[in-house]
Write a protein that binds this ligand. Structure first.
Ligand code: HEC
Length: 195
């Protein structure tokens, strides 16, 4: 028994020793022993250029730019730039349904539409601003994104046709599935952070 165990142990020890030797050799080589030197790739980005990528919008409204729009304005934009893929009223064409939905989240094949599934209205703004229209992302002005967001909320029967969406009103819109997700906070678990 003792013999068998030691036979199995030997090769592992040898492999571990070899790995250690290889790692040591790699460290001793390299660029004169300075293993923390960063590879000299790229160049520092200008603040103005970095701002173009600083697009995160949070559920509480942080990151929303000035601007405004309603569903009436949004419908015209949707007809011109989105309907070809998303269909009349946001349903029925080749792309993802952006309105409606009939299968509830408890069904086997739930419709994960904005109205049934998304927890935060601000995510619509974030996503549309950075990714839409699919053929020309980043081309929409803040007013246009507010208007399209308003139209998608209206098409999902969450707000009225003339309700203005802006940096103050949009975070106040409550989507039906708002409480269907658990919060994830990398700094403090929600249970500890909330009273
Ligand atoms: C060329 C086709 C095309 C056009 C034009 C287009 N989309 Fe999309 N869109 C898609 C596809 C495909 C998806 C699903 C894949 C993805 O999320 O990128 C999608 C996803 C979305 C989603 C997320 C849906 C979900 O529940 O995940 C939203 C919101 C959206 N589009 C809004 C818009 C708006 C607003 C416009 C017009 C400004 C637009 N789209 C124009 C093809 C298109």
């Amino acid at each position: 028994m003792q013999k068998g165990r030691s036979r199995m142990f030997m090769p592992e020890t040898a492999v571990a020793l070899l790995c250690g030797l290889a790692a040591g050799a790699a460290l001793a080589g390299g660029d004169g022993g300075n293993e923390t030197a960063a590879p000299r790739l790229g160049q520092p980005i200008e603040a103005a250029a970095a701002a173009r990528f600083d697009l995160n919008v949070f559920p509480d409204g942080r990151g929303l730019p000035p601007g405004r729009g309603n569903a009436v304005q949004g419908r015209a934009l949707f007809q011109a730039q989105c309907v070809v893929c998303h269909g009349e009223g946001g349903r029925g064409a080749s792309a993802e349904e952006v309105a409606g939905g009939s299968e509830p989240l408890t069904s086997e094949w739930p419709d994960k539409t904005i109205g049934l599934y998304w927890p935060h209205a601000t995510t619509i703004f974030d996503f549309v601003r950075r990714a839409k229209p699919m053929t020309s992302p980043g081309s929409l002005s803040a007013d246009e994104v507010y208007a399209l967001t308003a139209y998608l909320l209206y098409a999902n029967r969450v707000i009225g046709e003339h309700d203005e969406m802006n940096a103050k009103t949009l975070p106040q819109v409550r989507l039906p599935n708002r409480d269907g997700f658990s919060g994830v906070d990398a700094k403090a678990p929600p249970r500890l952070a909330e009273p």
